[in-house]
Design a binder for this molecule. Structure first.
Ligand SMILES: [Zn+2]
Length: 143
């Protein structure tokens, strides 16, 4: 039955002692003569021993210190694209943004608001000559 290599599940069950004596003996005799399966079995045995080993205990105060360090290092960070820029580029970009803001503020203070096109149209419709032609009273424009 086990002239060929046992599959991984069979090998794992054999390592865990879950296979009957007859079948287990066949796997054992194959593993004893097959370097590939012996290597697989040794790796599986090492893994099982690592899982069974007790978890080392943490040093006293480890959790409290770790939590304190994690919360202390929450300073606000600059976006990644900003960090990717070199220092002169950051200075130039900051100056450009500041200059644009100042220029926009100054332009906004000097530009006069445009008259409302709807009011211009209403005023043009209130021309007395137009009303006389049509024989109607001039249109009142409410403001
Ligand atoms: Zn084999």
């Amino acid at each position: 039955m086990h002239d060929s290599h046992p599959d991984a599940v069979t090998l794992a069950r054999w390592l865990d002692g879950e296979i009957s004596d007859d079948a287990g003996g066949a796997v054992a005799s194959h593993v004893a003569t097959c370097a590939l399966c012996r290597s697989e079995a040794e790796a599986g045995q090492a893994f099982a021993e690592a899982l069974a080993a007790p978890v080392p205990s943490l040093p006293p105060g480890f959790v409290a210190r770790t939590c304190a360090r994690a919360t202390a290092s929450h300073a606000p960070m600059a976006p990644l694209w900003w960090l990717a820029l070199s220092r002169p580029w950051r200075a130039a970009l900051a100056a450009l943004l500041l200059g644009s803001a100042v220029l926009g503020w100054r332009l906004g203070a000097t530009v006069q608001p445009q008259p409302d096109p709807a009011e211009l149209l209403a005023a043009s419709l209130a021309v007395p000559e137009l009303a006389a032609i049509e024989g109607q009273a001039p249109v009142e424009v409410r403001r």
